[in-house]
Design a protein around this ligand. Structure first.
Ligand code: ADP
Ligand code: ADP
Length: 225
């Protein structure tokens, strides 16, 4: 059974149709990349899965449950944003703990999860610092760590590497690929970068004008002589 199922998802803003008839199933352990030019509806699709945009028509199922109208907090997801979205006045440990604390998790369990995620992402030495003392690459690791501690069924990543320089981008790309293999969750990853899509995706979904134009493995999608 698919971990995530998008069924004829549609989003309109007044007369503007941003997304139309998007059908997609994501299996556990599968990394799907939404790829396409600016304005094609990638971000809107991701945000509908996250619950950050309402769904105008269609249905969304996560873990076999219809979550079409549920709040973000009631969906089994965690999101990683391009701009990291860290709290500047909290330490890295504070940033990674906050969401769990809000959910009423016990301190011991929170520490255990934060320590494990920090180790996996090699940021243990940064836990007592504040975001302002970190490089862009380090902040992106923290953003990944904050999603990881939630242990969600689905990870949603919106252009996570766009603010990094080319060298760091290729390194983080490899690390995300490794992380994905290791945790084996469903991932939906938005980018306009073809290299990212080619190296990361199990399947690439090419979007154009709010529609899915093509779905396939990187080889199927880019079978060029
Ligand atoms: P992408 O992520 O592929 O760049 P978006 O999902 O952001 O594309 O946008 C898809 C379309 O929806 C675009 O035409 C965009 O202008 C429109 N759109 C996105 N958000 C809004 C909004 N809040 N109000 C009106 N139109 C929007
Ligand atoms: P939390 O960090 O647990 O999400 P917040 O109060 O900081 O708690 O978040 C407010 C809303 O934003 C919640 O509905 C939450 O689901 C969503 N949110 C915040 N950060 C993330 C994230 N990294 N991934 C997914 N959703 C998030």
């Amino acid at each position: 059974m698919a971990e995530v199922s998008l069924r004829k998802l549609r989003k309109t803003y007044g007369a503007v149709v941003a997304v139309e008839g998007v059908d997609l199933e994501i299996a556990k352990g599968e990394l799907i990349v939404l790829l396409g030019p600016s304005g094609c509806g990638k971000s809107t699709t991701l945000r509908m899965v996250a619950g950050l945009e309402t769904i105008s028509a269609g249905e969304l199922h996560i873990g076999g449950r219809n979550v079409t109208t549920l709040e973000p907090k009631d969906r089994d997801i965690a999101m990683v944003f391009q701009n990291y979205a860290l709290y500047p006045h909290k330490t890295i440990r504070g940033n990674m703990s906050f969401g769990l604390k809000m959910r009423g998790m016990k301190g011991g369990e929170i520490s255990r999860r934060v320590d494990a995620a920090a180790e996996m992402l090699d940021i243990t030495h940064l836990l007592n610092r504040k975001p302002g003392q970190l490089s862009g690459g380090q902040m992106q690791r923290v953003a990944l760590g904050r999603a990881l501690v939630r242990d969600p069924a689905v990870f949603l990543l919106d252009e996570p590497l766009s603010n990094l320089d080319a060298k760091l981008r290729s390194r983080m790309r490899e690390e995300i690929a490794l992380l994905q293999r290791r945790i084996g969750k469903a991932m939906l990853y938005v980018t306009h970068d073809q290299t990212e899509a080619m190296t990361l995706a199990d399947r690439i979904v090419i979007m154009r004008d709010g529609h899915v134009q093509q779905i396939g493995s990187p080889l199927e999608v880019y079978d060029r002589p």
